[in-house]
Design a protein around this ligand. Sequence first.
Ligand SMILES: C[S@@+](CC[C@H](N)C(=O)[O-])C[C@H]1O[C@@H](n2cnc3c(N)ncnc32)[C@H](O)[C@@H]1O
Length: 329
Amino acid sequence: MSEIQDAVRERYAAKALQMAPRRVGGSQALSCSLSAADLEVRRAEWKELDKAALVSREDRAGTVTSTYRASAEVRTELERLVAAERVCCATARWELHDDGERLHVTVASESGACCEDDCGGGEYSASELASVGINATSSLGCGNPMLLADLRPGERVLDLGSGAGLDVLLSARRVAPDGHAYGVDMTDEMLAVARANQAKAGVANATFLKGTIEQIPLSDGTVDVVISNCVINLAADKRAVLREAHRVLRRGGRFAVADMVALAELPNEVKRSLDQWAGCVAGTISIDLYTAALRDAGFKAIDVEVTREVRLDGVDGAIASAYIRARKE
Ligand SMILES: C[S@@+](CC[C@H](N)C(=O)[O-])C[C@H]1O[C@@H](n2cnc3c(N)ncnc32)[C@H](O)[C@@H]1O
């Protein structure tokens, strides 16, 4: 398996663990796409832990070290919070060390503690979310494929990189009662969150499959629509993904995808960063390359609509979310 796929899987396995219901208390803690309210919750969680177990905090040469009294409970909570912060921002450098007596959390202060934007953030109405009983923070996407997929009852839909399952469950509702929605994801932890969300939503006409989007575990011509939300940019071999999407679509089937695209050449150090790849930045390709890859895979009626430029340090204005439509003849 490629280094890129390893980095992506590791990032989303950690995110899935944060999405799973917490063992203590009832709220869901998510590091990225934090709303102001969620950020408040995150800060309150750190404060609560500091109050209970912080021994000292010092800032030396730009690295802040916080030392906590060791106990199983403190360790569990620190592991959760550090994992949340670590995956939050491509530039954040968080570490947790256990010396037997004390737990030490270090973060390079200039690296940024918590970013509020990762792979973008979906765009869902309150009523859509209510229909499956899932919080918007379950989306790690960069748009809402429902807005372009024009799903109808009876259709079969496939979501590439289904994450926590929001788009699959929304699709399943739209194609019910006779249609079916499939989600494919390579990360076991994400599949577990998606299946738990499915059970909570009580959606029967959906199936989450383990697999990669470079080798989709479905037969030729089995779906009417392929959707995806901020995943194809993460694939090392995008041409393989687009060929597979074309293969599993029936003739006349639709490709309706939200993804990140590059509007300008990215700096070399960004392109080389696995973290930035897993954060939906370094793997982006230009609209021209995306269009050519779709055409080479056999798609027609290709349309790429840029919806939002992304403002991030180092790549300001160089990447954007886009809606990508195409059709299999
Ligand atoms: C940015 S998240 C998006 C999740 C979901 N589409 C959403 O909108 O919330 C990327 C997801 O795609 C999955 N993924 C990334 N690359 C993949 C690949 N090559 N094959 C299968 N799944 C992949 C990850 O495990 C993760 O769940």
